[in-house]
Design a protein. Structure first.
Lengths: 302, 302
Protein backbone atom coordinates (compact mmCIF):
# COMPACT_ATOMS: atom_id res chain seq x y z
CA UNK A 1 0.00 0.00 0.00
CA UNK A 2 1.44 3.32 -1.01
CA UNK A 3 1.03 6.92 -1.93
CA UNK A 4 2.50 7.74 -5.32
CA UNK A 5 3.57 11.07 -6.71
CA UNK A 6 3.98 10.69 -10.43
CA UNK A 7 4.81 12.73 -13.47
CA UNK A 8 4.23 11.38 -16.97
CA UNK A 9 4.05 13.06 -20.38
CA UNK A 10 0.26 13.19 -19.84
CA UNK A 11 0.36 15.07 -16.53
CA UNK A 12 1.07 14.96 -12.81
CA UNK A 13 -0.56 13.28 -9.82
CA UNK A 14 0.44 14.06 -6.23
CA UNK A 15 0.11 11.58 -3.34
CA UNK A 16 -2.46 9.38 -5.06
CA UNK A 17 -3.31 5.85 -3.98
CA UNK A 18 -0.90 3.27 -5.28
CA UNK A 19 1.08 0.26 -4.25
CA UNK A 20 1.32 -3.22 -5.67
CA UNK A 21 -1.35 -4.67 -3.39
CA UNK A 22 -3.87 -2.02 -4.36
CA UNK A 23 -3.53 -2.69 -8.08
CA UNK A 24 -3.23 -6.44 -7.64
CA UNK A 25 -6.23 -6.89 -5.39
CA UNK A 26 -8.52 -4.58 -7.33
CA UNK A 27 -7.63 -6.38 -10.57
CA UNK A 28 -8.01 -9.84 -9.01
CA UNK A 29 -11.36 -8.91 -7.47
CA UNK A 30 -12.90 -8.98 -10.96
CA UNK A 31 -12.25 -12.72 -10.93
CA UNK A 32 -12.25 -14.00 -7.34
CA UNK A 33 -12.27 -13.06 -3.68
CA UNK A 34 -9.06 -11.55 -2.36
CA UNK A 35 -7.39 -11.16 1.01
CA UNK A 36 -4.74 -8.50 1.57
CA UNK A 37 -1.79 -8.63 3.95
CA UNK A 38 -0.11 -5.23 4.07
CA UNK A 39 0.83 -2.26 6.22
CA UNK A 40 -0.27 1.37 6.05
CA UNK A 41 0.43 4.43 8.19
CA UNK A 42 -2.17 6.22 10.25
CA UNK A 43 -2.39 8.77 7.42
CA UNK A 44 -3.99 6.23 5.09
CA UNK A 45 -7.62 7.00 4.17
CA UNK A 46 -10.03 4.58 5.85
CA UNK A 47 -12.49 5.32 3.06
CA UNK A 48 -10.18 3.48 0.66
CA UNK A 49 -10.04 0.38 2.84
CA UNK A 50 -13.83 0.55 2.99
CA UNK A 51 -13.96 0.80 -0.79
CA UNK A 52 -11.80 -2.32 -1.10
CA UNK A 53 -14.09 -4.12 1.37
CA UNK A 54 -17.12 -3.24 -0.70
CA UNK A 55 -15.39 -4.95 -3.64
CA UNK A 56 -15.28 -8.12 -1.56
CA UNK A 57 -11.62 -7.70 -0.68
CA UNK A 58 -10.78 -8.78 2.88
CA UNK A 59 -8.69 -6.00 4.43
CA UNK A 60 -8.48 -7.43 7.95
CA UNK A 61 -4.85 -8.24 7.19
CA UNK A 62 -4.02 -4.58 6.62
CA UNK A 63 -2.06 -3.48 9.65
CA UNK A 64 -2.32 0.23 10.57
CA UNK A 65 0.99 1.32 12.08
CA UNK A 66 1.80 4.64 13.72
CA UNK A 67 3.57 6.84 11.18
CA UNK A 68 3.36 7.54 7.50
CA UNK A 69 2.43 5.29 4.60
CA UNK A 70 5.09 4.27 2.07
CA UNK A 71 5.53 7.05 -0.53
CA UNK A 72 7.03 6.62 -3.99
CA UNK A 73 7.93 9.52 -6.25
CA UNK A 74 8.60 8.65 -9.86
CA UNK A 75 8.53 9.87 -13.41
CA UNK A 76 8.25 8.53 -16.93
CA UNK A 77 9.61 10.15 -20.04
CA UNK A 78 8.29 9.37 -23.51
CA UNK A 79 9.47 5.80 -23.10
CA UNK A 80 6.49 4.82 -20.98
CA UNK A 81 7.86 1.30 -20.54
CA UNK A 82 10.28 2.31 -17.81
CA UNK A 83 9.79 4.30 -14.60
CA UNK A 84 12.49 6.45 -13.05
CA UNK A 85 12.37 6.57 -9.25
CA UNK A 86 13.00 10.02 -7.83
CA UNK A 87 12.54 9.08 -4.18
CA UNK A 88 11.26 6.30 -1.99
CA UNK A 89 10.15 6.93 1.60
CA UNK A 90 9.66 3.49 3.17
CA UNK A 91 8.07 4.97 6.32
CA UNK A 92 6.01 2.27 8.15
CA UNK A 93 6.98 -0.20 5.44
CA UNK A 94 10.56 -0.26 6.80
CA UNK A 95 9.46 -2.29 9.82
CA UNK A 96 6.92 -4.45 8.01
CA UNK A 97 7.11 -8.09 9.04
CA UNK A 98 3.97 -9.80 7.78
CA UNK A 99 2.25 -12.06 10.31
CA UNK A 100 -0.52 -14.03 8.70
CA UNK A 101 -3.85 -14.60 10.43
CA UNK A 102 -5.42 -18.03 10.37
CA UNK A 103 -7.61 -17.23 7.33
CA UNK A 104 -4.65 -15.97 5.33
CA UNK A 105 -2.55 -19.02 6.12
CA UNK A 106 -5.15 -21.16 4.39
CA UNK A 107 -5.17 -19.19 1.12
CA UNK A 108 -5.13 -21.45 -1.94
CA UNK A 109 -3.55 -18.83 -4.21
CA UNK A 110 -0.73 -16.67 -2.94
CA UNK A 111 0.87 -13.66 -4.60
CA UNK A 112 4.12 -12.47 -3.06
CA UNK A 113 4.32 -8.87 -4.19
CA UNK A 114 7.58 -7.05 -4.69
CA UNK A 115 9.15 -6.91 -1.20
CA UNK A 116 12.37 -8.13 0.40
CA UNK A 117 12.75 -11.80 -0.63
CA UNK A 118 13.44 -12.69 2.99
CA UNK A 119 9.95 -11.46 3.87
CA UNK A 120 8.53 -13.31 0.88
CA UNK A 121 10.08 -16.48 2.27
CA UNK A 122 8.73 -15.72 5.74
CA UNK A 123 5.22 -15.45 4.26
CA UNK A 124 5.70 -18.74 2.42
CA UNK A 125 6.68 -20.37 5.74
CA UNK A 126 3.36 -19.28 7.23
CA UNK A 127 1.21 -20.47 4.33
CA UNK A 128 -0.27 -23.95 4.46
CA UNK A 129 -1.31 -25.95 1.40
CA UNK A 130 -1.27 -23.20 -1.21
CA UNK A 131 -2.26 -24.57 -4.60
CA UNK A 132 -0.27 -21.96 -6.50
CA UNK A 133 2.29 -19.39 -5.42
CA UNK A 134 3.23 -16.50 -7.69
CA UNK A 135 5.97 -14.01 -7.03
CA UNK A 136 7.21 -10.63 -8.28
CA UNK A 137 10.54 -8.93 -7.68
CA UNK A 138 12.58 -5.98 -8.92
CA UNK A 139 16.07 -4.77 -9.76
CA UNK A 140 16.74 -3.59 -6.22
CA UNK A 141 16.36 -7.09 -4.73
CA UNK A 142 18.07 -8.82 -7.65
CA UNK A 143 21.10 -6.64 -7.04
CA UNK A 144 21.12 -6.50 -3.25
CA UNK A 145 19.64 -9.84 -2.13
CA UNK A 146 20.23 -12.27 -4.95
CA UNK A 147 20.84 -15.34 -2.79
CA UNK A 148 17.72 -14.73 -0.68
CA UNK A 149 15.72 -14.16 -3.87
CA UNK A 150 16.96 -17.45 -5.31
CA UNK A 151 15.85 -19.25 -2.13
CA UNK A 152 12.38 -17.78 -2.55
CA UNK A 153 12.27 -18.57 -6.27
CA UNK A 154 13.10 -22.21 -5.56
CA UNK A 155 9.76 -22.42 -3.73
CA UNK A 156 7.36 -20.59 -6.06
CA UNK A 157 5.36 -21.85 -9.04
CA UNK A 158 5.20 -18.63 -11.04
CA UNK A 159 7.49 -15.64 -11.40
CA UNK A 160 6.43 -12.49 -13.20
CA UNK A 161 9.10 -9.91 -13.93
CA UNK A 162 9.65 -7.31 -16.59
CA UNK A 163 12.21 -7.59 -19.38
CA UNK A 164 14.92 -5.55 -17.69
CA UNK A 165 14.55 -7.56 -14.48
CA UNK A 166 14.71 -10.84 -16.39
CA UNK A 167 17.93 -9.73 -18.09
CA UNK A 168 19.43 -8.62 -14.78
CA UNK A 169 18.44 -11.80 -12.96
CA UNK A 170 19.74 -14.09 -15.69
CA UNK A 171 22.74 -12.04 -16.75
CA UNK A 172 21.64 -12.60 -20.34
CA UNK A 173 20.11 -10.06 -22.72
CA UNK A 174 18.23 -12.63 -24.78
CA UNK A 175 14.65 -13.27 -23.72
CA UNK A 176 14.59 -16.99 -24.57
CA UNK A 177 17.82 -17.76 -22.76
CA UNK A 178 16.85 -15.51 -19.83
CA UNK A 179 13.56 -17.37 -19.39
CA UNK A 180 15.32 -20.75 -19.51
CA UNK A 181 17.75 -19.60 -16.85
CA UNK A 182 14.99 -18.35 -14.56
CA UNK A 183 12.90 -21.50 -14.99
CA UNK A 184 15.95 -23.45 -13.81
CA UNK A 185 15.91 -21.43 -10.57
CA UNK A 186 12.58 -22.96 -9.62
CA UNK A 187 9.43 -21.39 -11.07
CA UNK A 188 7.83 -23.75 -13.59
CA UNK A 189 6.03 -20.79 -15.08
CA UNK A 190 7.88 -17.62 -16.00
CA UNK A 191 6.14 -14.52 -17.31
CA UNK A 192 8.21 -11.73 -18.78
CA UNK A 193 6.31 -8.46 -19.05
CA UNK A 194 7.25 -6.19 -21.96
CA UNK A 195 5.29 -3.02 -21.28
CA UNK A 196 3.39 -1.80 -24.34
CA UNK A 197 4.56 -4.90 -26.24
CA UNK A 198 2.72 -7.36 -24.02
CA UNK A 199 4.04 -10.39 -22.19
CA UNK A 200 5.65 -13.75 -22.84
CA UNK A 201 4.77 -16.94 -21.00
CA UNK A 202 7.32 -19.72 -20.65
CA UNK A 203 6.24 -23.16 -19.44
CA UNK A 204 7.10 -26.84 -19.78
CA UNK A 205 4.91 -27.00 -22.89
CA UNK A 206 6.33 -24.04 -24.74
CA UNK A 207 6.21 -20.31 -25.26
CA UNK A 208 3.19 -18.04 -25.60
CA UNK A 209 3.52 -14.49 -26.87
CA UNK A 210 0.69 -12.18 -25.87
CA UNK A 211 0.36 -8.63 -27.13
CA UNK A 212 -0.62 -5.73 -24.94
CA UNK A 213 -4.04 -4.33 -25.77
CA UNK A 214 -3.13 -1.16 -27.66
CA UNK A 215 -4.75 1.90 -26.10
CA UNK A 216 -4.97 5.34 -27.63
CA UNK A 217 -4.72 7.15 -24.34
CA UNK A 218 -1.80 6.19 -22.09
CA UNK A 219 -1.76 8.39 -19.00
CA UNK A 220 0.31 6.50 -16.44
CA UNK A 221 1.85 3.02 -16.66
CA UNK A 222 2.22 2.73 -12.86
CA UNK A 223 0.54 -0.41 -11.56
CA UNK A 224 0.23 -2.05 -14.99
CA UNK A 225 2.42 -4.98 -13.95
CA UNK A 226 0.56 -5.51 -10.67
CA UNK A 227 -2.82 -5.25 -12.41
CA UNK A 228 -1.54 -7.81 -14.89
CA UNK A 229 -0.55 -10.15 -12.05
CA UNK A 230 -3.88 -9.62 -10.26
CA UNK A 231 -5.99 -10.49 -13.27
CA UNK A 232 -3.65 -13.35 -14.18
CA UNK A 233 -3.74 -15.04 -10.78
CA UNK A 234 -7.41 -14.13 -10.29
CA UNK A 235 -8.19 -15.86 -13.57
CA UNK A 236 -6.28 -18.98 -12.46
CA UNK A 237 -8.08 -18.98 -9.11
CA UNK A 238 -11.49 -18.71 -10.76
CA UNK A 239 -10.53 -21.58 -13.06
CA UNK A 240 -9.47 -23.64 -10.04
CA UNK A 241 -6.03 -24.23 -11.57
CA UNK A 242 -3.54 -26.01 -9.32
CA UNK A 243 0.03 -27.14 -9.78
CA UNK A 244 -1.23 -30.71 -10.04
CA UNK A 245 -2.60 -29.81 -13.46
CA UNK A 246 0.98 -29.70 -14.73
CA UNK A 247 1.17 -33.46 -14.33
CA UNK A 248 -2.47 -34.48 -14.64
CA UNK A 249 -3.70 -32.31 -17.49
CA UNK A 250 -0.87 -30.33 -18.97
CA UNK A 251 -2.94 -29.24 -21.99
CA UNK A 252 -5.60 -27.72 -19.75
CA UNK A 253 -2.87 -26.13 -17.62
CA UNK A 254 -1.24 -24.52 -20.64
CA UNK A 255 -4.53 -23.31 -22.11
CA UNK A 256 -5.64 -21.82 -18.82
CA UNK A 257 -2.30 -20.08 -18.34
CA UNK A 258 -2.51 -18.57 -21.83
CA UNK A 259 -6.02 -17.26 -21.21
CA UNK A 260 -4.87 -15.91 -17.86
CA UNK A 261 -2.01 -14.02 -19.52
CA UNK A 262 -4.48 -12.37 -21.90
CA UNK A 263 -6.69 -11.46 -18.94
CA UNK A 264 -3.63 -9.80 -17.43
CA UNK A 265 -2.89 -7.87 -20.62
CA UNK A 266 -6.46 -6.60 -20.82
CA UNK A 267 -6.55 -5.48 -17.19
CA UNK A 268 -3.22 -3.67 -17.50
CA UNK A 269 -4.53 -1.78 -20.53
CA UNK A 270 -7.24 -0.20 -18.40
CA UNK A 271 -4.88 0.68 -15.57
CA UNK A 272 -2.65 2.81 -17.82
CA UNK A 273 -5.57 4.93 -19.04
CA UNK A 274 -5.56 7.06 -15.91
CA UNK A 275 -3.54 7.84 -12.80
CA UNK A 276 -3.79 5.68 -9.69
CA UNK A 277 -6.69 3.21 -9.54
CA UNK A 278 -9.04 5.70 -11.17
CA UNK A 279 -9.76 3.67 -14.28
CA UNK A 280 -10.01 0.33 -12.46
CA UNK A 281 -12.38 1.91 -9.92
CA UNK A 282 -14.90 2.71 -12.63
CA UNK A 283 -14.27 -0.37 -14.77
CA UNK A 284 -17.32 -2.51 -15.49
CA UNK A 285 -17.48 -6.22 -16.18
CA UNK A 286 -18.99 -5.38 -19.58
CA UNK A 287 -15.99 -3.23 -20.56
CA UNK A 288 -13.65 -6.00 -19.44
CA UNK A 289 -15.47 -8.59 -21.52
CA UNK A 290 -15.64 -6.32 -24.55
CA UNK A 291 -11.94 -5.52 -24.52
CA UNK A 292 -11.06 -9.20 -24.02
CA UNK A 293 -13.03 -10.04 -27.13
CA UNK A 294 -11.34 -7.22 -29.04
CA UNK A 295 -7.91 -8.51 -28.05
CA UNK A 296 -8.81 -12.03 -29.16
CA UNK A 297 -9.72 -10.62 -32.57
CA UNK A 298 -6.32 -8.94 -32.80
CA UNK A 299 -4.42 -12.21 -32.47
CA UNK A 300 -6.60 -14.64 -34.36
CA UNK A 301 -5.76 -15.91 -37.81
CA UNK A 302 -8.96 -17.49 -39.05
CA UNK B 1 22.09 -3.19 -53.76
CA UNK B 2 24.80 -2.34 -51.28
CA UNK B 3 27.91 -3.24 -49.42
CA UNK B 4 27.47 -3.03 -45.67
CA UNK B 5 30.09 -2.66 -42.98
CA UNK B 6 28.47 -3.48 -39.69
CA UNK B 7 29.34 -3.83 -36.04
CA UNK B 8 26.93 -5.47 -33.59
CA UNK B 9 27.40 -6.88 -30.06
CA UNK B 10 27.93 -10.27 -31.77
CA UNK B 11 30.80 -9.18 -34.03
CA UNK B 12 31.86 -7.28 -37.13
CA UNK B 13 31.38 -7.72 -40.85
CA UNK B 14 33.25 -5.63 -43.43
CA UNK B 15 31.89 -4.83 -46.93
CA UNK B 16 29.42 -7.70 -46.99
CA UNK B 17 26.50 -7.93 -49.40
CA UNK B 18 23.49 -5.96 -48.29
CA UNK B 19 20.85 -3.59 -49.56
CA UNK B 20 17.10 -3.64 -49.38
CA UNK B 21 16.65 -5.32 -52.76
CA UNK B 22 18.98 -8.18 -51.87
CA UNK B 23 17.10 -9.05 -48.69
CA UNK B 24 13.70 -8.40 -50.22
CA UNK B 25 14.21 -10.46 -53.36
CA UNK B 26 15.88 -13.39 -51.63
CA UNK B 27 13.05 -13.52 -49.07
CA UNK B 28 10.34 -13.17 -51.72
CA UNK B 29 11.91 -15.87 -53.87
CA UNK B 30 10.79 -18.47 -51.31
CA UNK B 31 7.23 -17.63 -52.38
CA UNK B 32 7.23 -16.39 -55.96
CA UNK B 33 9.32 -15.24 -58.91
CA UNK B 34 10.99 -11.87 -58.50
CA UNK B 35 12.38 -9.18 -60.80
CA UNK B 36 14.90 -6.67 -59.54
CA UNK B 37 15.38 -3.10 -60.71
CA UNK B 38 18.53 -1.67 -59.13
CA UNK B 39 21.97 -0.22 -59.73
CA UNK B 40 25.40 -1.52 -58.71
CA UNK B 41 28.94 -0.31 -59.37
CA UNK B 42 31.50 -2.18 -61.43
CA UNK B 43 32.95 -3.48 -58.14
CA UNK B 44 29.88 -5.60 -57.49
CA UNK B 45 30.52 -9.37 -57.63
CA UNK B 46 28.95 -10.97 -60.70
CA UNK B 47 28.88 -14.25 -58.78
CA UNK B 48 26.21 -12.76 -56.55
CA UNK B 49 24.01 -11.73 -59.46
CA UNK B 50 24.46 -15.28 -60.76
CA UNK B 51 23.43 -16.66 -57.40
CA UNK B 52 20.26 -14.53 -57.46
CA UNK B 53 19.53 -15.78 -61.00
CA UNK B 54 19.86 -19.38 -59.86
CA UNK B 55 17.17 -18.63 -57.28
CA UNK B 56 14.86 -17.66 -60.14
CA UNK B 57 15.34 -13.94 -59.57
CA UNK B 58 15.43 -11.91 -62.78
CA UNK B 59 18.44 -9.58 -62.54
CA UNK B 60 18.24 -8.14 -66.05
CA UNK B 61 17.00 -4.92 -64.44
CA UNK B 62 20.21 -4.53 -62.45
CA UNK B 63 22.15 -1.74 -64.12
CA UNK B 64 25.96 -1.91 -63.76
CA UNK B 65 27.27 1.67 -63.65
CA UNK B 66 30.90 2.79 -63.73
CA UNK B 67 32.01 3.50 -60.16
CA UNK B 68 31.48 2.04 -56.75
CA UNK B 69 28.42 0.33 -55.26
CA UNK B 70 26.48 2.05 -52.47
CA UNK B 71 28.22 1.46 -49.11
CA UNK B 72 26.57 1.74 -45.69
CA UNK B 73 28.51 1.68 -42.44
CA UNK B 74 26.45 1.16 -39.33
CA UNK B 75 26.45 -0.14 -35.80
CA UNK B 76 24.02 -1.51 -33.23
CA UNK B 77 24.44 -1.35 -29.48
CA UNK B 78 22.65 -3.71 -27.14
CA UNK B 79 19.35 -2.27 -28.28
CA UNK B 80 19.31 -4.29 -31.47
CA UNK B 81 16.06 -2.65 -32.56
CA UNK B 82 17.76 0.48 -33.84
CA UNK B 83 20.73 0.97 -36.17
CA UNK B 84 23.10 3.89 -35.94
CA UNK B 85 24.46 5.05 -39.31
CA UNK B 86 28.15 5.92 -39.22
CA UNK B 87 28.49 6.74 -42.89
CA UNK B 88 26.67 6.42 -46.18
CA UNK B 89 28.51 6.51 -49.50
CA UNK B 90 25.85 6.77 -52.19
CA UNK B 91 28.36 6.22 -55.02
CA UNK B 92 26.57 5.04 -58.19
CA UNK B 93 23.28 5.19 -56.31
CA UNK B 94 23.46 9.00 -56.33
CA UNK B 95 22.63 9.09 -60.04
CA UNK B 96 20.12 6.22 -60.01
CA UNK B 97 17.03 6.94 -62.07
CA UNK B 98 15.19 3.65 -62.54
CA UNK B 99 14.01 3.01 -66.12
CA UNK B 100 11.80 -0.05 -66.26
CA UNK B 101 12.02 -2.56 -69.10
CA UNK B 102 8.89 -3.88 -70.71
CA UNK B 103 8.77 -6.99 -68.48
CA UNK B 104 9.09 -4.92 -65.30
CA UNK B 105 6.36 -2.51 -66.31
CA UNK B 106 3.93 -5.41 -66.37
CA UNK B 107 4.70 -6.63 -62.82
CA UNK B 108 1.56 -7.48 -60.86
CA UNK B 109 3.18 -6.88 -57.45
CA UNK B 110 5.46 -3.92 -56.94
CA UNK B 111 7.65 -3.13 -53.96
CA UNK B 112 9.08 0.38 -53.83
CA UNK B 113 12.09 -0.01 -51.58
CA UNK B 114 13.42 2.80 -49.46
CA UNK B 115 14.63 5.40 -51.96
CA UNK B 116 13.82 9.03 -52.73
CA UNK B 117 9.99 9.26 -52.91
CA UNK B 118 10.32 11.17 -56.18
CA UNK B 119 11.99 8.09 -57.69
CA UNK B 120 9.33 5.86 -56.14
CA UNK B 121 6.73 7.97 -57.91
CA UNK B 122 8.67 7.80 -61.16
CA UNK B 123 8.65 3.98 -60.93
CA UNK B 124 4.91 4.04 -60.26
CA UNK B 125 4.42 6.14 -63.39
CA UNK B 126 6.14 3.44 -65.44
CA UNK B 127 4.19 0.53 -63.99
CA UNK B 128 1.02 -0.63 -65.76
CA UNK B 129 -1.81 -2.52 -64.09
CA UNK B 130 -0.07 -3.51 -60.83
CA UNK B 131 -2.43 -5.48 -58.59
CA UNK B 132 -0.72 -4.38 -55.40
CA UNK B 133 1.90 -1.75 -54.65
CA UNK B 134 3.82 -1.77 -51.38
CA UNK B 135 6.23 0.88 -50.23
CA UNK B 136 8.90 1.43 -47.60
CA UNK B 137 10.49 4.68 -46.44
CA UNK B 138 12.74 6.04 -43.71
CA UNK B 139 13.38 8.98 -41.41
CA UNK B 140 15.64 10.70 -43.94
CA UNK B 141 12.84 11.05 -46.53
CA UNK B 142 10.16 11.78 -43.96
CA UNK B 143 12.23 14.72 -42.77
CA UNK B 144 13.62 15.99 -46.06
CA UNK B 145 10.94 15.13 -48.65
CA UNK B 146 7.67 14.90 -46.77
CA UNK B 147 5.46 16.37 -49.50
CA UNK B 148 6.93 14.09 -52.18
CA UNK B 149 6.53 11.12 -49.85
CA UNK B 150 2.88 12.00 -49.26
CA UNK B 151 2.31 12.11 -53.02
CA UNK B 152 3.77 8.61 -53.32
CA UNK B 153 1.79 7.32 -50.33
CA UNK B 154 -1.45 8.54 -51.89
CA UNK B 155 -0.84 6.02 -54.68
CA UNK B 156 0.27 2.87 -52.81
CA UNK B 157 -1.81 0.09 -51.26
CA UNK B 158 0.57 -0.91 -48.49
CA UNK B 159 3.14 0.96 -46.42
CA UNK B 160 5.57 -0.81 -44.13
CA UNK B 161 7.61 1.32 -41.74
CA UNK B 162 9.13 0.82 -38.33
CA UNK B 163 7.79 2.31 -35.12
CA UNK B 164 10.11 5.32 -35.05
CA UNK B 165 9.30 6.14 -38.67
CA UNK B 166 5.57 5.84 -38.01
CA UNK B 167 5.85 8.25 -35.09
CA UNK B 168 7.91 10.70 -37.14
CA UNK B 169 5.58 10.54 -40.14
CA UNK B 170 2.43 11.00 -38.04
CA UNK B 171 3.85 13.35 -35.43
CA UNK B 172 2.19 11.16 -32.81
CA UNK B 173 3.91 8.78 -30.38
CA UNK B 174 0.91 6.47 -30.04
CA UNK B 175 0.87 3.50 -32.38
CA UNK B 176 -2.92 3.37 -32.87
CA UNK B 177 -3.22 7.05 -33.65
CA UNK B 178 -0.09 6.98 -35.83
CA UNK B 179 -1.49 4.12 -37.91
CA UNK B 180 -4.82 5.93 -38.34
CA UNK B 181 -3.01 9.04 -39.50
CA UNK B 182 -0.91 7.13 -42.03
CA UNK B 183 -3.89 5.21 -43.40
CA UNK B 184 -5.53 8.58 -44.08
CA UNK B 185 -2.54 9.49 -46.28
CA UNK B 186 -3.48 6.74 -48.71
CA UNK B 187 -2.29 3.21 -47.98
CA UNK B 188 -5.26 1.01 -47.06
CA UNK B 189 -2.84 -1.35 -45.34
CA UNK B 190 -0.26 -0.09 -42.87
CA UNK B 191 2.33 -2.34 -41.27
CA UNK B 192 4.33 -1.02 -38.36
CA UNK B 193 7.43 -3.09 -37.66
CA UNK B 194 8.55 -3.30 -34.04
CA UNK B 195 11.90 -5.10 -34.22
CA UNK B 196 12.12 -7.97 -31.73
CA UNK B 197 8.51 -7.30 -30.71
CA UNK B 198 7.06 -8.17 -34.10
CA UNK B 199 4.73 -6.16 -36.26
CA UNK B 200 1.26 -4.66 -36.29
CA UNK B 201 -1.08 -4.70 -39.26
CA UNK B 202 -3.75 -2.03 -39.65
CA UNK B 203 -6.53 -2.45 -42.20
CA UNK B 204 -10.14 -1.55 -42.84
CA UNK B 205 -11.20 -4.63 -40.86
CA UNK B 206 -9.11 -4.06 -37.78
CA UNK B 207 -5.76 -4.57 -36.13
CA UNK B 208 -3.56 -7.65 -36.07
CA UNK B 209 -0.65 -7.95 -33.66
CA UNK B 210 2.02 -10.42 -34.72
CA UNK B 211 4.97 -11.34 -32.54
CA UNK B 212 8.50 -11.70 -33.83
CA UNK B 213 9.73 -15.27 -33.77
CA UNK B 214 12.03 -15.22 -30.74
CA UNK B 215 15.53 -16.40 -31.64
CA UNK B 216 18.28 -17.29 -29.22
CA UNK B 217 21.07 -16.06 -31.45
CA UNK B 218 20.73 -12.53 -32.79
CA UNK B 219 23.83 -11.60 -34.78
CA UNK B 220 22.76 -8.70 -36.98
CA UNK B 221 19.31 -7.12 -37.43
CA UNK B 222 20.28 -5.50 -40.76
CA UNK B 223 17.86 -6.49 -43.50
CA UNK B 224 15.19 -7.82 -41.13
CA UNK B 225 12.65 -5.25 -42.29
CA UNK B 226 13.34 -5.88 -45.98
CA UNK B 227 13.22 -9.66 -45.48
CA UNK B 228 9.91 -9.14 -43.71
CA UNK B 229 8.59 -7.13 -46.67
CA UNK B 230 9.88 -9.70 -49.17
CA UNK B 231 8.20 -12.65 -47.50
CA UNK B 232 5.06 -10.57 -46.87
CA UNK B 233 4.60 -9.44 -50.47
CA UNK B 234 5.83 -12.79 -51.80
CA UNK B 235 3.16 -14.51 -49.74
CA UNK B 236 0.48 -12.17 -51.12
CA UNK B 237 1.70 -12.76 -54.68
CA UNK B 238 1.62 -16.53 -54.24
CA UNK B 239 -1.93 -16.22 -52.85
CA UNK B 240 -2.90 -14.11 -55.84
CA UNK B 241 -4.20 -11.35 -53.57
CA UNK B 242 -5.28 -8.17 -55.33
CA UNK B 243 -6.70 -4.89 -54.13
CA UNK B 244 -10.08 -5.96 -55.48
CA UNK B 245 -10.28 -8.44 -52.60
CA UNK B 246 -10.82 -5.48 -50.26
CA UNK B 247 -14.25 -4.97 -51.80
CA UNK B 248 -15.09 -8.44 -53.05
CA UNK B 249 -13.92 -10.69 -50.22
CA UNK B 250 -12.70 -8.61 -47.32
CA UNK B 251 -12.52 -11.62 -44.98
CA UNK B 252 -10.19 -13.47 -47.33
CA UNK B 253 -8.18 -10.29 -47.81
CA UNK B 254 -7.76 -9.82 -44.06
CA UNK B 255 -6.88 -13.47 -43.43
CA UNK B 256 -4.33 -13.52 -46.23
CA UNK B 257 -2.74 -10.30 -44.97
CA UNK B 258 -2.46 -11.74 -41.45
CA UNK B 259 -0.81 -14.92 -42.73
CA UNK B 260 1.49 -12.80 -44.86
CA UNK B 261 2.54 -10.77 -41.83
CA UNK B 262 3.46 -13.96 -39.99
CA UNK B 263 5.44 -15.12 -43.03
CA UNK B 264 7.32 -11.83 -42.82
CA UNK B 265 8.04 -12.30 -39.11
CA UNK B 266 9.39 -15.80 -39.69
CA UNK B 267 11.65 -14.75 -42.57
CA UNK B 268 13.05 -11.81 -40.58
CA UNK B 269 13.89 -14.15 -37.71
CA UNK B 270 16.25 -16.09 -39.97
CA UNK B 271 17.89 -12.98 -41.40
CA UNK B 272 19.00 -11.74 -37.97
CA UNK B 273 20.78 -15.00 -37.15
CA UNK B 274 23.83 -14.10 -39.20
CA UNK B 275 25.46 -11.20 -41.03
CA UNK B 276 24.46 -10.27 -44.57
CA UNK B 277 22.37 -12.82 -46.48
CA UNK B 278 24.32 -15.72 -44.99
CA UNK B 279 21.42 -17.32 -43.16
CA UNK B 280 18.89 -16.76 -45.96
CA UNK B 281 21.36 -18.24 -48.45
CA UNK B 282 21.37 -21.56 -46.63
CA UNK B 283 17.72 -21.50 -45.56
CA UNK B 284 15.64 -24.49 -46.63
CA UNK B 285 11.92 -24.65 -47.31
CA UNK B 286 11.69 -27.24 -44.50
CA UNK B 287 13.21 -24.86 -41.95
CA UNK B 288 10.84 -22.13 -43.09
CA UNK B 289 7.82 -24.40 -42.71
CA UNK B 290 8.97 -25.68 -39.32
CA UNK B 291 9.49 -22.23 -37.87
CA UNK B 292 6.16 -21.04 -39.25
CA UNK B 293 4.45 -23.88 -37.42
CA UNK B 294 6.36 -23.07 -34.23
CA UNK B 295 5.28 -19.44 -34.42
CA UNK B 296 1.66 -20.46 -34.89
CA UNK B 297 1.92 -22.53 -31.70
CA UNK B 298 3.21 -19.48 -29.84
CA UNK B 299 0.13 -17.41 -30.58
CA UNK B 300 -2.65 -19.96 -30.43
CA UNK B 301 -5.04 -20.24 -27.52
CA UNK B 302 -6.75 -23.58 -27.99
Amino acid sequence: MAFDTIETPAGKAGSVLGGSVNYFSTAASFYTTVQIVAVVGDDFPKTHLEWLSRRGIDVTGVQIAPGKTFHWVGTYDHNLNEAKTLSTALNVFAEFDPKLKEQHRKASYVFLANIDPTLQKSVLNQVENAQLVACDSMNFWITSKLEELKETLARVDILSVNEGEAYLLSGDKNIIRAAKYIRNLGPKVVIIKRGEYGAMLFTELGTFIAPAFPVEKVVDPTGAGDSFAGAFLGYLARAGATRDWIKNDSEKWEQTLRRAVLAGCVMASFTVEDFSLHRLMELSQEELTERSEQLLKMIKLV
